[in-house]
Design a protein around this ligand. Structure first.
Ligand code: HEM
Length: 419
């Protein structure tokens, strides 16, 4: 039965240490629960795959927090995701504003643009591994999973190399729970990107920020200054920490399942399909940003009152038991059997997941994230033979920040390269 017990605390370090078991218990009790997030806010928490899809595509669940600002301020959630509350980004807009913003940004940020970055991502990945390959030991978060996506998003946007460490620090702090430090980090990120946009306006270059400044069409006009800034902040934040955790969570999975790492070393062409399994098994966002009921509505049999927040626990939705095998398919249906969702299997065909969301807000950066994931993991496996945990008995420490899920560090050992 669904619980109304709002003492369920999600996103706390304690919960994160044991997240999959805790979510499995919640799924047993029902698809939707009252819960309190790590930032103190009370939400309806959807833990089931089908209901998660329904919530993410629900036309009366709004992404725009403005009408509910009073309530949010009372719970300290005046900034839920960096960029929101500052206006002008598609993640916190509803149609028709959302349609307009997304259309304009999509013109500049296409799947083809991501594809063209592939050789550059490959070179960046090799350059990072060059530094660690001779050492035999490394923290792969500090040396690989964090710097790679930051370098890629900075190259895409046209952020100079000497400011990348600042951007990394501001994003990490900004994704944390509400605090003075979080607010200061977001303000610093905004101030920096405002200056950078002014510079690109004066002297445009061949980068995404310059293209966004130019983006314009007959039906949707152009992006205002506020919208440009909101979009730039969103791309840095959404495009960075998530991909760090895609790589990080995939590596945790591979280090825990060396036989599957060996399989992928032998068959590197299988990596793009394996990335889908990593996204399913432990997605980089534990919970989606909140949606707000525009009016009283019923979801999963519960009455959601106007203004109440709904959040989908992707970490849980992705582990919802897979549907029973279709009798017509049963000959090849081993991965459709019940209770199979807790098992990592990089050979699965099209593992279903909500890691990139669903509906009109489906992740705009998914093609780029998939590409970075596949290239980064392939390069690591090919260049670091014997990759294993430095201390197999040490538990993984998960990031404490509410909405994301990823390892704090990845201490590993491998056979050093001699050249
Ligand atoms: C593995 C990495 C990533 C994951 C797991 C991820 C996940 C998500 C999810 C779940 C959403 C939907 C949120 C919601 O419905 O409330 C989203 C939206 C978005 N993501 Fe990603 N993301 C990733 C990488 C990226 C990258 C690399 C970029 C850009 C460079 C990006 C840009 C965006 C944007 C602009 C949106 C808003 C789309 C809209 O509101 O229409 N993401 N992402």
């Amino acid at each position: 039965m669904t619980t109304r017990d709002d003492t369920i605390l999600v996103g706390t370090p304690d919960f994160k240490a044991d997240a999959h078991a805790r979510y499995a218990e919640l799924r047993e009790r029902g698809p939707i629960h009252r819960a309190r997030l790590g930032d103190g806010s009370r939400v309806w928490l959807v833990v089931d795959y089908e209901l998660g899809r329904e919530a993410l595509a629900h036309p009366r669940l709004s992404k725009n927090p403005e009408p509910f600002a009073e309530r949010l301020r009372a719970t300290g959630r005046h900034i839920m995701l960096p960029g929101s509350g500052l206006g002008g980004n598609m993640l916190t807009a509803d149609p028709p504003e959302h349609t307009r913003l997304r259309r304009l940004v999509s013109k500049a940020f296409t799947a083809g643009a991501a594809e063209r970055l592939a050789p550059r991502i490959e070179r960046l990945a090799h350059r990072l591994v060059d530094r660690i390959a001779p050492t035999g030991r490394a923290d792969l978060v500090a040396s690989f999973t964090a710097p790679l996506p930051m370098a890629v998003i900075c190259e895409l946007l046209g952020v100079p190399e000497d400011r990348r460490a600042d951007l990394r620090a501001w994003t990490r702090e900004g994704m944390g729970n509400p605090s003075d430090g979080q607010r200061a980090a977001l303000l610093a990120l905004n101030a920096y990107l405002r200056d950078l946009l002014a510079e690109k306006r004066r002297s445009p270059a061949d980068d995404l920020l310059s293209q966004l400044i130019r983006a314009n069409d007959d039906d949707h006009g152009r992006l205002s200054d506020t919208e440009l800034l909101g979009t730039a902040v969103l791309l840095v934040v959404a495009g960075h920490e998530t991909t760090v955790n895609l790589l990080g969570n995939a590596l945790v999975a591979l280090l825990d399942h060396p036989e599957q790492a060996a399989y992928l070393r032998e068959r590197p062409e299988r990596m793009p399909a394996a990335v889908e399994e990593f996204l399913r098994y432990d997605p980089p966002l534990e919970t989606t940003p909140a949606r707000f009921a525009a009016e009283d509505l019923v979801l999963g049999g519960e009455l959601i009152k106007a203004g109440q927040a709904v959040v989908v626990a992707l970490t849980s939705a992705n582990r919802t038991a897979l549907p029973p095998a279709d009798p017509d398919l049963s000959m090849r249906a081993t991965d459709l059997s019940r209770n199979d969702a807790d098992r990592l299997d990089v050979t699965r065909r099209d593992p279903r997941h909500l890691a990139f969301g669903h509906g009109i807000h489906y992740c705009l950066g998914a093609p780029l994230a998939r590409l970075e994931g596949a290239i980064g993991l392939r390069v690591l496996l090919s260049r670091l033979p014997g990759l294993a945990w430095a201390d197999p008995s040490a538990p993984v420490r998960w990031l404490p920040a509410g909405i994301t899920r990823g390892p704090v560090a990845l201490p590993v050992r491998f056979t050093p390269a001699h050249d």
